[in-house]
Structures are given as structure tokens and as C-alpha cells.
Design a protein around this ligand. Structure first.
Ligand SMILES: N[C@@H](CCC(=O)N[C@@H](CS)C(=O)NCC(=O)O)C(=O)O
Length: 220
């Protein structure tokens, strides 16, 4: 299997984490999304990564790729109970809305919209907090499918916190604990390369955004 990837993509990271958790041998090809190769345009219906090339054909959409990888290998990273599995899938969708809020935050052009987007993220973490208990991960001490979604989300904040002093997690103690546990998980750690943070900062600096101004201020 071949995973077509982009170094900073949180959706790609989901697939990489599941490939690692299920110990699935595969190759990865990293492309530049700003300069998509023709072969990629030909096989990618939406022009997006991740894309999984298998002997049977191409799959796209990270959730679909993850479900496929989970199904074709022994055991499942999902809970067995149908309602619980569906609940996890609901909160996986919720995770995608957090990613959209994060993109809004790092692209916000001025202080006011920056603060507004920041409040949206904080309120989403408050909603997530209501779902978490005393377990290490989302709903278990064992790593599950949904945890592959939240690892890449929390990773952004390791970089944001270099430039922003107030915590996003002040009122969400369980989310903060969940974040810390995921940051120690080998599959989550290996889902990006060693230069990820520098690459992310370069990416953020290219945006004409309020966050880019904060990063520049810190550098001077
Ligand atoms: N819903 C998609 C989202 C994937 C996505 O948005 N990927 C981004 C990179 S993180 C992408 O390929 N964007 C295309 C572009 O930038 O042209 C999934 O879950 O796979």
C-alpha cells in the first residue's frame, strides 16, 4: 500500500497513526500541495491528501481510509458496542470541526477575528471535556481509532503555545490530560518528521495573519 501524503496535514497523520498502530507495511509519498504533480491530479478525485493506493484501486478521505485499514487487519481499533462505535464516529466528525476552527484561527487577519476564533476553539474543547472520563485516552486506557484523530489536533498547540501565553486548556483539565497522554504515544509521535515544527512555523509565517505577526514579534 502507498499513502500519498503532505508533511503538515493532520488528516494524513490520522492514516499514518492507524497504519502504525495496526503495524501495516506501507510506503509513503510526500507531495507539495502548492505544486501538485500531474500523476496526483489524475488519481485524486478531490485533489486532496491523504490518498491510499492499494492493489485494488485508490481510496480518498481520511475517515474512509482509516476504516478500511482497520477492517482489513486483525482486531479493530473501534469499540465493539454499536452505539459506542457510532458515538466515537460522531466525535471524530467533531474533531474535523476543530481542525476547521484551527485553520480559521491561524488564518485570522486581525486581533479581533483572532480572539473570536480562539474562543471558538476553547468552546469546542469545553464540549469535548464533557465526553472524557478518567481513562488515559478518549474512552479507554487502550488506544482506539478516535485517538488517531485527536493526536494531530493537539499537536498544533505545541507550536501555538510558543507564541501565545494564555492556555487554550485552562478550563478543560481532562482535555489537557488527554492531550498529554497522546503526545507520549509512539504512533502519534512518529506521524510527523523531526522538522515538523519548523515546517509548520514556515507555513504559518506565509499567511498574512495575526498569528504570523506574533511569530515575527517573537523572532525580533
Ligand atoms: N476531508 C478530507 C480532508 C483532507 C484535506 O483537507 N487535506 C488537505 C491537506 S491537510 C488537502 O489536501 N488540501 C488540498 C489543497 O491544499 O489543495 C479528509 O479527511 O481526508
Amino acid at each position: 500500500m502507498e499513502l500519498v501524503s503532505f508533511a503538515l496535514c493532520p488528516y494524513v497523520q490520522r492514516a499514518i497513526i492507524i497504519l502504525d498502530e495496526k503495524q501495516i507495511p506501507h510506503n509513503r509519498t510526500y507531495i507539495d500541495l502548492a505544486n501538485k504533480p500531474d500523476w496526483f491530479k489524475e488519481i485524486s478525485p478531490l485533489g486532496k491528501v491523504p490518498l491510499l493506493q492499494t492493489e485494488q484501486g485508490v481510496l480518498f478521505e481520511s475517515a474512509v481510509i482509516g476504516e478500511y485499514l482497520d477492517e482489513v487487519t486483525t482486531g479493530s481499533l473501534h469499540p465493539k458496542n454499536a452505539f459506542e462505535k457510532a458515538r466515537h464516529r460522531s466525535w471524530i466528525e467533531f474533531g474535523s470541526t476543530i481542525l476547521a476552527a484551527i485553520a480559521g484561527f491561524y488564518s485570522a487577519p486581525d486581533h479581533q477575528s483572532f480572539q473570536e476564533k480562539r474562543a471558538v476553539i476553547a468552546s469546542k474543547f469545553e464540549q469535548l471535556e464533557t465526553q472524557l472520563g478518567e481513562t488515559d485516552y478518549f474512552a479507554s486506557d487502550d488506544f482506539q481509532f478516535i485517538d488517531a484523530v485527536y493526536g494531530p489536533i493537539f499537536r498544533y498547540f505545541d507550536t501555538f503555545e510558543l507564541f501565545i501565553s494564555d492556555s487554550f486548556f485552562q478550563s478543560t483539565v481532562r482535555v489537557q490530560k488527554y492531550r498529554a497522554k497522546l503526545s507520549e504515544r509512539p504512533s502519534v509521535i512518529q506521524a510527523v518528521s523531526g522538522d515538523y515544527q519548523n515546517r509548520l512555523i514556515d507555513f504559518l509565517l506565509k499567511k498574512n495573519s495575526y498569528l504570523a505577526q506574533l511569530i515575527n514579534q517573537k523572532a525580533t
